[in-house]
Design a protein. Structure first.
Length: 230
């Protein structure tokens, strides 16, 4: 697999949809994650990220314009003990293992797109760090079957991460992500990493971005939220 430029992957794709990045900083000190959402409709674009305990949730920017909250209002980031969970839906709400929780959900019921549900989980404890990513998707656009893929990364390498997103590109219907999570680079500087991601996302379609760096030794973290709606 070829290591890709995360900046170029985003700049060259007008609509990757929702995306998760997880990895380790080049200096080996931080567990890194980022989650972004995009939108093409007024309903999807009418959102912001807000803090919610140790995690975040989506919220309507203008409640009067919220037409259907079912698939756009949720908690993308939650912390359960030593686990940080990042998802594009409610598939990890229950107190279950990563794999058990994923078995309770399929792709989203938004035909003809059948948006995949993507998830990531980070384990940081006592100086140890590993992570896993998953995607639940229709069978090549056929909603009668659900394909489930999980990718686990033990002892992540400094400076490396993985990127998974819901759509390959823009289209009608939107084509689901294919293959393994993409092998990408990370940065030591959280602010620079967040700025790079935000500036690389398509200006018309980007909605919100969340970035968190977790100190692998102490478990302490810092986060950044960027919202297009202000």
């Amino acid at each position: 697999m070829q290591k890709l430029s995360l900046e170029q992957e985003l700049k060259n794709n007008a609509y990757p949809g929702r995306g998760i990045v997880i990895g380790k900083s080049p200096n080996g000190k931080y567990a890194v994650t980022a989650y972004f959402i995009m939108g093409r409709s007024e309903n999807s674009r009418n959102r912001v990220f807000v803090n919610d305990g140790e995690g975040i949730r989506t919220q309507a920017f203008d409640p009067s314009k919220l037409s259907d909250p079912s698939l756009i209002i949720y908690a993308p980031v939650r912390v359960l003990g030593n686990k940080t969970i990042v998802t594009n839906g409610d598939q990890m709400d229950k107190q279950q293992t990563f794999e058990q929780a994923l078995r309770t959900r399929e792709f989203e019921p938004d035909g003809p797109n059948y948006t995949p549900r993507i998830s990531g989980i980070m384990h940081v404890e006592n100086g140890e760090y590993n992570y896993a990513m998953s995607i639940l998707k229709s069978n090549n656009g056929n909603p009668d079957a659900c394909n489930r893929y999980t990718f686990a990364y033990e002892n992540p390498v400094a400076g490396e991460g993985h990127f998974i997103h819901t759509y390959m590109c823009d289209g009608n219907p939107l084509p689901s992500f294919e293959g393994e999570p993409k092998w990408v680079e990370t940065m030591d500087d959280m602010n620079a990493f967040a700025d790079m991601l935000w500036e690389s996302l398509n200006e018309d379609n980007k909605v919100s971005l969340f970035v968190r760096y977790i100190d692998i030794e102490t478990g302490k973290y810092e986060s950044i939220i960027k919202n297009k709606n202000k």
